[in-house]
Design a protein around this ligand. Structure first.
Ligand SMILES: [Zn+2]
Length: 271
């Protein structure tokens, strides 16, 4: 049986420090264990490209995505994916990723680095201490080598240019430079990628054009919707994953694989 629709999950933080856009390590473990137990495969972005080109994907496929590139993805999510043989994607804000040696992750035991909640992480980034909240390139390399994660762009600076520059031409130029820098940085560290996730989900037709010119063909949004082979590559829908397990998670995985009743559900309820 082939997939009629592809659920794309969206995470940010996996940390015991509760806050916005966060699931606890226990919730993440339970959600991933549920996927593994029910025979789901964590697909690659290359598989998604093929799905949108009309090639068959196994029925129980899921794309597991993370935004920004937080340290907690390495400390708490990476060991879970490794243990369960699942695969995910991290969209990196390439300008926030640090140098220096890898830190400890949960499967290593011992003293783990503190993984701040979203508010504290945002404050660290704003005060020039991004390394306290974000991944390092050495950790990115370790995850890529382990096959737990692949890496794509979430821009270089995570700037909302629509809010900072009023002049459309100047805004386009700034966005183009941001995207070019991110693409070049990724090419140096992890490889070429045509996959881009918009900061805070914001984009317009101008943005899409600039992204296309920068070489990004697959654009990830925060739109709610069902992804089918008819979905536009530059408007990929994602599911906001809540810090909930059991029936909530199982029902989302069911609904977002059903183009008809899932589509109806999204229109009526939309979460
Ligand atoms: Zn983001």
């Amino acid at each position: 049986m082939n997939a009629a629709a592809l659920p794309v999950l969206m995470y940010h933080h996996v940390t015991p420090n509760a806050g916005l856009v966060t699931v606890s390590p226990a919730t993440f473990r339970a959600q991933m264990a549920w996927l593994a137990r029910h025979g789901y495969r964590g697909i690659t972005c290359r598989d998604l490209e093929k799905f949108l080109d009309g090639e068959p994907l196994p029925k129980k496929s899921v794309l597991i995505t993370f935004d920004d590139g937080y340290l907690d993805n390495y400390v708490y999510a990476h060991p879970v994916l490794q243990k369960l043989g699942l695969h995910g994607v991290i969209f990196l804000v390439t300008g926030w990723i640090g140098e220096s040696q890898p830190r400890r992750h949960a499967a290593m035991g011992g003293d783990l680095p503190d993984c701040p909640n979203h508010r504290d992480a945002t404050a660290y980034i704003g005060s020039g201490q991004a390394d306290r909240a974000m991944l390092r390139w050495s950790e990115v390399a370790a995850m890529q080598a382990a096959g737990t994660f692949e890496f794509h762009s979430h821009t270089h600076t995570h700037t909302r240019w629509d809010k900072t520059i009023a002049d459309p031409a100047a805004r386009r130029t700034a966005l183009a430079a941001d995207l070019a820098e991110s693409r070049a940085t990724l090419a140096r560290h992890t490889g070429e990628s045509p996959h881009l996730c918009w900061p805070q989900g914001y984009f317009d037709d101008d943005y899409k054009r600039v992204a296309g010119e920068a070489g990004f063909r697959y654009l990830y949004t925060v739109h709610k919707g069902i992804n089918t082979p008819a979905t536009a590559a530059d408007d990929i829908n994602r599911i906001v994953v809540k810090d909930r397990v059991g029936a909530w998670f199982a029902s989302r995985m069911f609904l977002y694989r059903q183009p008809t009743i899932g589509g109806l559900y999204v229109r009526l309820r939309g979460d």
